[in-house]
Design a binder for this molecule. Structure first.
Ligand SMILES: [Mg+2]
Length: 360
């Protein structure tokens, strides 16, 4: 059986407002700058993917890179793995992290989406998985004691089994007040996580985390720089609460380095930075072999499906930042991802009217 042939790729850029703006200890996200990829194959077949540029400055260079790679794709058969190998080989001297890695990952996600549509299967079935329950947590921003507690209560009231807060306030006393306000708001049965977004030095992290080590937290995320594996491991060994990291690791190679350093108790790769669906599979196999539980970062539609495939799947990070441009955003029912709506593909379906509104 021959593979469908890729015809052409279209690339669009949008700025989607995040309401309310998402505050972290390392900056505010008020709008999501996104590159939207459509890979068109022969017939009516197409695949879609979202690339998150983080800053509007990166939108155009990313879109240009993806458009540049598109010339290589035309006429190729629809094999995500073969194309991934080809693009990685082509960029070996340039390097495949940063914008290059994001572009290749976006193309990879769109190719897998097209392949799933071609097979008339949802992505998780294409990857050989069954639908296993995937539990989701909601997030609150760096919004202070009252607002964080209010948002945590709101997630819990919608049935979410976990809530994660951004912390890293000027003093540990403020961090503690936020954690305790959240606990009071959600009760004992909802899991709580906190995220420092890499804002502490290793020495400060060990001192500070010792004060929040008895708050019954499910994890403490990225206390220090994400690529400082040695010091993240040192923090992990000094603290009883599990340390979480992974959203900023580039490709399976970073996963391997982090695992070799035993940097964190849990891992949470980001499907874009880890290298798309092809990179995710490689990275997660390494994590599973090392006995690490795997959670996700952003891309809830795609990540929920990927988490059904892993044997050590842990939590889905639920966000609704990009729902406006999706025709069928992920549904979470009573804290678990609901796959009923996903008939085919990776779950990325466009709301074209909204995309026109936010086009740049
Ligand atoms: Mg985080």
């Amino acid at each position: 059986m021959t593979l469908p042939v890729i015809d052409f790729v279209t690339v669009r850029t949008v700025l989607v407002p995040v309401n309310p703006p998402h505050r972290t200890a390392s900056g505010v996200v008020a709008k999501s700058p996104l590159v939207l990829i459509d890979i068109h194959c022969e017939g009516e077949l197409s695949g879609h993917a979202i690339v998150f540029a983080y800053t509007p400055i990166a939108l155009k260079p990313l879109a240009d890179l993806i458009a540049g790679f598109s010339d290589v794709l035309a006429g190729e058969g629809l094999s995500p793995v073969a194309i991934n190998q080809k693009l990685l080989k082509q960029t070996r001297l340039l390097g495949s992290q940063g914008l290059v890695g994001m572009a290749i990952a976006g193309i990879d996600m769109a190719l897998w989406d097209a392949l799933a549509h071609h097979q008339q299967l949802p992505l998780h079935r294409l990857l050989g998985g069954n639908v296993t329950p995937v539990k989701a947590y909601g997030g609150t921003g760096y919004d202070g004691e009252l607002e964080t507690a209010r948002q945590a209560e709101s997630w819990a009231s919608k049935g979410f089994k976990g809530v994660k807060a951004k912390i890293g306030y000027p003093t540990v006393a403020e961090d503690l007040r936020v954690i305790r306000a959240m606990r009071a708001a959600v009760g004992p049965d909802v899991g709580l996580m906190v995220d420092y977004n890499q804002s502490l030095s290793p020495t400060d992290a060990i001192a500070r985390l010792s004060h929040i080590d008895h708050e019954d937290l499910l994890w403490i995320e990225e206390p220090t720089r994400a690529h400082d594996y040695r010091n993240t491991a040192r923090i992990k060994d000094a603290i009883n609460t599990p340390i979480q990291s992974g959203e900023n690791w580039w490709g399976p190679e970073d996963m391997q380095l982090a695992l070799e350093a035993d940097a964190s108790d849990f891992v949470m790769p980001d499907v874009m930075k880890i290298g798309g669906i092809t990179g995710w599979q490689k990275a997660v196999h390494l994590a599973e072999a090392a006995g690490k539980q795997v959670s996700s970062h952003l891309w809830p539609e795609v990540s929920a499906q990927l988490l059904t495939v892993g044997s050590t799947s842990h939590w889905l990070e639920y966000v609704d930042w990009w729902n406006a441009i999706l025709a069928e955003p992920l549904v979470v029912t009573n804290g678990y991802c609901d796959f009923e709506a996903v008939a085919q593909g990776s779950g990325i379906t466009w709301n074209e009217k909204a995309i026109e509104r936010y086009r740049v």
